[in-house]
Design a protein around this ligand. Structure first.
Ligand code: DGL
Length: 277
């Protein structure tokens, strides 16, 4: 039986992470799950994000995934720790659930010179304080400012991300975060949707400021993780296969997925994860 690596996101955004992971680690099998019926997670409470994410984890375990990457920043911020500490020991202590915050943070130290970091994310990610907390653990002297960009996900979801109307919202939040700390030299677009806004973000960002590619960092960390954990690496099957599942319409997923996932035509299957035990 195949043992794919599970990639979970609240919707399409995690495809930007999957794309980079598959580019770096093409030999493995992957199962992508987007909870499109209940997206966005960005403004939902801790309890609900945890409940939905746990359902996704249980469903992916049923697909025989030995390892799951929670590609959604909001779910990584609000649900991952509880799942790792409380649920995983009961569900299956031999499997692993990892997120995107730690891999992103781990690599920041090699990118910044000023040690002043800006985090752009959903309201949920920003209000959780997860990024500043994780950054301070590794780099206690770093200064971190955060800015919630609640309009950015809807701009992408509604295919307005490259239209002139998006400029106002992108510029507003870039200006806000740089006003909070003019010494910022590294910005983390801490949301899986934001890579689609990359061109606009760069247009309003001074040339000296670097924009982190979260997908690339997560892919690099995953490669490193598999290298350090041969017991997990050997459990992951390697047929270079990739399957896509959504909790919403299959057709809608296939159409929208092409925006996020340039690799090939995506064929998805609609599933229900609410009763995953
Ligand atoms: N995938 C989410 C994230 O990375 C953004 C979309 C949402 O709000 O659900 O934070």
């Amino acid at each position: 039986m195949n043992a794919p690596i599970g990639i979970f996101d609240s919707g399409y955004g995690g495809l930007t992470i999957l794309e980079k992971i598959r580019k770096r680690l093409p030999e493995y099998d992957y199962v992508y799950l987007g909870d499109n019926a209940r997206t966005p997670y960005g403004n939902r409470s801790f309890e609900i994000v945890y409940e939905f994410t746990l359902q996704a984890v249980k469903w992916l375990f049923k697909q025989n995934c030995p390892l799951i990457i929670i590609a959604c920043n909001t779910a990584s911020a609000k649900a991952l720790r509880t799942i790792q500490q409380k649920d995983l020991p009961q569900l299956d202590p031999q499997r692993r659930v990892l997120g995107v915050i730690r891999p992103t943070v781990e690599n920041i130290g090699q990118i910044t010179h000023t040690r002043h970091i800006g985090i752009l994310g959903t309201s949920g990610t920003v209000s959780s304080g997860s990024y500043p907390i994780e950054i301070k653990k590794l780099y206690p002297d770093f200064i971190v400012e955060s800015e919630a960009c609640p309009m950015w996900v809807p701009l992408v979801e509604n295919n307005e991300y490259d239209k002139p109307g998006a400029d106002y919202f992108v510029q507003q939040h870039i200006n806000n975060i740089l006003a909070k700390d003019p010494l910022i030299d590294t910005i983390v677009p801490a949301c899986t949707h934001y890579p689609l806004l990359k061109k606009k973000i760069y247009a309003f960002l001074p040339k000296s400021i670097k924009l982190v590619s979260q997908g690339k960092l997560v892919a690099k960390s995953l490669e490193n993780y598999l290298h350090r954990h041969p017991e997990m690496e050997t459990r992951c099957s390697k047929n270079a296969a990739c399957r896509f599942y959504t909790t919403e319409s299959e057709l809608k997923f296939a159409t929208m997925a092409s925006l996020f996932f340039k690799e090939k035509k995506v064929v998805a299957e609609r599933i229900n994860i609410e009763d995953a035990k």
